[in-house]
Design a protein around this ligand. Structure first.
Ligand code: HEM
Ligand code: HEM
Length: 471
């Protein structure tokens, strides 16, 4: 615990360290599976095949890197916004170890082929139970801290934190309801189209409650800290928050257009997806307008670059997403590489850039020192951005070509290309994606080197003189 601030930051340091480790694992596996697609001989059955490594990649990325850093930053932010120390530092430390245990069990069980076969909800029921315990501990600790707060006003970041805690709990419990038949196997409590509907209600709200609300909480907190000027409109932030939460929950079936799910459910999802542009862009505008008179900081302050590029990719993502949710557009790009292009603009561009900004801001303060090298941080920024753009753009082009070929017909109505012909055309793009991935990986190694050097030059003991300024 800090003598100076009274806040407990040990757990933030712990979660940050582990989230960076899991982030590295996620990216290494991501790059490896990108190469497996181009060089199938890189599949080593039974454990190291594409089929088993892909969910390890997504779980390590979303839960290890994403949720790990969110937990770190939620603890940090909540204490500062409520002006009280965390309710139970002991429980938070226990949560860190349970979190790591879950991630390790996830990696091992997925490598062994145990899966519920639901994307982003692959983990079998015993691990699900651990996840529920983990989440309850986290939620209780944050809620108790908020309840004991000394600051009456609830800054918008706190609302996003609360939404994440409640949203993930509801989604996880409903979609993972299953009937165990052995220690390692269970069957979903739902069947057929209902199962698909529940799964994608979960799937897209995982995008909402894991890949949107936490980075927004972090963005709204760190932007004013980093630029030194307040957010443009708190009221707009709150209105956007409530409308975003209300609208997201109806959109899941946009993953199931043209399927046996009832037509009205698909139309509802399409409609809500389109109007979701409004609350999403309200946050983008809030970010941009907060920069009025401050745009020079894009040049002078490396952290601003991460945040503003991050929110810009969020803006692009939330135009692309609603477009994809339109039936005719979906008919074209669904089942093509366009979709991983969409995913990684958000994952690498939006979520990760905002997390990097937060980590760069926090590490020097948590270890009472200065960042080792701003030059390296700038190199990291540019390489990560270029790597991500190569990934996303090559996949969009690949997706359009693949879609065009899959839809091409002869005069008699038969398909012009075989599936294998469309696949062979993807190889150049998959090479490009692997190249983009390698650039991103190198940028991540630079980031990790910079962070290690920074930590080594500081000390976590009796922290931190600067945290008072950060509070
Ligand atoms: C207004 C907001 C958004 C809308 C309406 C939207 C819409 C969509 C649609 C329609 C798909 C399905 C594409 C297909 O398979 O045909 C999709 C996929 C996906 N989106 Fe978005 N998107 C939005 C924002 C985001 C954001 C901010 C992220 C963050 C990274 C994201 C991550 C994903 C992921 C991970 C998938 C792939 C799911 C899968 O098939 O496994 N989306 N999105
Ligand atoms: C340079 C780093 C990365 C590389 C090279 C990479 C590569 C890949 C590849 C090859 C796939 C499979 C695509 C397919 O099945 O066609 C994939 C899927 C996915 N990755 Fe990554 N990835 C990286 C980083 C990340 C990060 C940091 C996140 C999240 C924060 C992430 C989230 C996802 C998700 C959600 C999917 C599933 C997409 C879908 O089902 O459409 N990835 N990634």
């Amino acid at each position: 615990m800090s003598l100076k601030t009274g806040y407990s930051d040990d757990v933030t340091r712990g979660f940050l360290t582990w989230s960076i480790i899991w982030g590295l694992v996620a990216v290494l596996v991501g790059v490896f599976i990108s190469f497996q697609l181009v060089f199938p001989q890189l599949n080593f059955p039974p454990y190291l095949t594409y089929g088993r490594l892909r969910p390890i990649h997504t779980n390590a990325a979303i839960f290890g890197w994403g949720i790990g850093s969110f937990m770190a930053m939620f603890y940090y932010i909540t204490q500062r916004l409520t002006k009280v120390p965390i309710w139970s530092p002991g429980l938070a430390r226990f949560q860190l170890w349970l979190f790591n245990l879950v991630i390790i069990l996830a990696a091992v069980s997925l490598a062994m082929g145990y899966t519920q076969s639901k994307e982003y909800a692959e983990l079998e029921w015993p691990i699900d139970i651990l996840v529920v315990i983990l989440w309850v501990i986290f939620a209780v600790n944050i809620f108790m801290t908020i309840m004991k707060r000394k600051e009456e006003q609830m800054y918008v970041s706190l609302w996003y934190i609360i939404a994440t805690l409640v949203g993930v709990a509801v989604l996880y419990l409903v979609n993972n309801a299953s009937i165990p038949v052995s220690l390692f196997k269970s069957y979903s409590a739902y069947a057929g189209a209902n199962d698909a509907n529940v799964q994608w209600w979960y799937g897209h709200n995982a995008v909402a409650m894991v890949l949107t609300t936490p980075p927004l909480a972090i963005f709204y907190y760190f932007l004013p800290k980093i630029t030194g000027v307040p957010i443009y409109s708190h009221r707009m932030g709150i209105i956007a928050f409530w409308s975003l939460i209300f609208m997201y929950l109806w959109t899941g079936a946009h993953h199931l257009l043209w399927t046996p799910v009832p037509d009205w459910v698909q139309t509802l999802a399409m409609g809500f997806s389109i109007i979701l542009i409004a609350p999403s862009w309200a946050s983008v505008f809030n970010g941009y307008f907060s920069m009025n008179g401050q745009w020079h900081q894009m040049r002078d302050n490396y952290l601003v670059k991460f945040l503003i590029f991050g929110i810009t990719f969020y803006g692009l993502q939330t135009i692309q997403g609603p477009s994809q949710a339109i039936r005719t557009f979906s008919a074209f790009i669904h089942y093509t590489d366009w979709v991983p292009g969409h995913v990684h603009m958000g994952a690498l561009g939006w979520v990760s850039l905002v997390l990097f900004a937060g980590i760069y801001y926090l590490i020097p303060r948590l270890y009472n020192t200065e960042l080792h090298s701003v030059k390296l941080a700038n190199a990291h920024f540019w390489m990560a951005t270029v790597g991500q753009l190569i990934y996303s753009i090559s996949m969009w082009v690949a997706g359009v070509q693949q879609a065009t070929m899959l839809h091409a017909t002869n005069a008699d109505g038969s398909l012009h290309y075989t599936f294998m012909e469309t696949l062979a055309e993807m190889y150049p793009y998959w090479h490009m994606r692997a190249g983009g991935g390698v650039i991103y990986l190198v940028s991540l190694l630079i980031f990790i080197y910079n962070i290690i050097k920074t930590i080594r030059s500081g000390s976590a003991v009796g922290e931190t003189l600067r945290a008072t300024g950060a509070a």
